[in-house]
Design a protein around this ligand. Structure first.
Ligand code: CTP
Ligand code: ZN
Length: 154
């Protein structure tokens, strides 16, 4: 099936944000990061859609919602190559790549159980490093590298 056909499976939106080219395995992480389960707006999600570049991709369409750059940059932790499309009156008026922040504060969990952030009320803080197209987090406190992004539970 062509990409054109798969795109028809998730209908176009009038106004809002379309997050495209999300690796299928990162889709639910992105939903978590943006806290979309508590979002009152209409959200449509496509999982395991065919993509020429990614094999399988995910797509998330959020109607009538426009995110801050800071919110979008968090997505980079799970999907550094995702595309953000801003839709107004059915037209794509802006398309941008997500930018990975140099520092990540208070979103991710340190994988080191001995880290002060896992034992005291200390906000996590990491520097980001990209290796093999994957984002790794270097803890400011214990200096250990966290390979898998683990969102902090609120
Ligand atoms: N889209 C949408 N509603 C609209 C317009 C576009 O949901 N009213 C979605 C499309 O389904 C697509 C994304 O927004 O997933 C970007 O649209 P477009 O730039 O037209 O698609 P492509 O050219 O395939 O994008 P790219 O080059 O980034 O792959
Ligand atoms: Zn740590």
């Amino acid at each position: 099936m062509s990409e054109r056909n798969t795109q028809l499976k998730v209908s176009a939106i009038k106004d809002g944000t379309v997050l495209d080219h999300i690796p299928a395995q990162s889709l639910f992480q992105v939903i978590d990061i943006l806290d979309l389960s508590h979002c009152g707006n209409p959200v449509t999600i496509g999982v395991n859609l065919e993509s020429k570049t990614l094999g399988r991709k995910g797509i998330i369409k959020i109607s009538d919602r426009f995110f801050l750059d800071e919110e979008l940059s968090r997505i980079a932790l799970a999907a550094p190559d995702a595309t953000v499309n801003i839709i107004r009156d059915y037209q794509v008026v802006s398309k941008k790549r997500i930018e990975l922040p140099a520092e990540v504060i208070g979103i991710a969990k340190c994988s080191n159980p001995m880290c002060v952030t896992n034992n005291q009320a200390v906000t996590t803080r990491f520097a980001t490093v990209v290796e093999d197209k994957k984002v790794k987090l270097l803890c400011h406190y214990c200096e250990k590298t966290t390979e898998e992004f683990i969102p902090l539970r609120h």
